[in-house]
Unconditional design. Structure first.
Length: 106
């Protein structure tokens, strides 16, 4: 499924941006890194593909309504894209904790 990046600001942008900046070496080394964003929200694990010059990212997430895509994961994908982190990522959200792992390309 294709999901559009956030067009409007999200309250998760700034924490995700700082998190990605602080852990960019670990992310690029394919280590799993996590941040506690607090609160609740849709939980789950998805794989996303971020490519250059797109307004959308591909994901293995399945749902008939793209507007139900998890907001924290979408904000993280948007920040990864804006910060030029191109590639395939596994991103999960459980109990307010967001985790990112750079995956091997197939």
């Amino acid at each position: 499924m294709k999901i559009e990046y956030n067009k409007k600001d999200s309250k998760f942008f700034e924490p995700c941006k700082k998190f990605i900046q602080n852990y960019q070496n670990q992310i690029l080394s394919k280590e799993q890194v996590s941040i506690n964003l607090g609160g609740s929200g849709y939980e789950g694990t998805v794989v996303i593909d971020i490519n250059e010059n797109n307004s959308t990212f591909n994901t293995d997430w399945v749902n008939s309504d793209p507007s139900r895509f998890p907001a924290r994961i979408k904000a993280c994908a948007t920040m990864l894209y804006r910060m030029n982190f191109i590639g395939r990522y596994k991103i999960s959200h459980y109990n307010g904790k967001l985790s990112i792992t750079l995956e091997e390309q197939e």
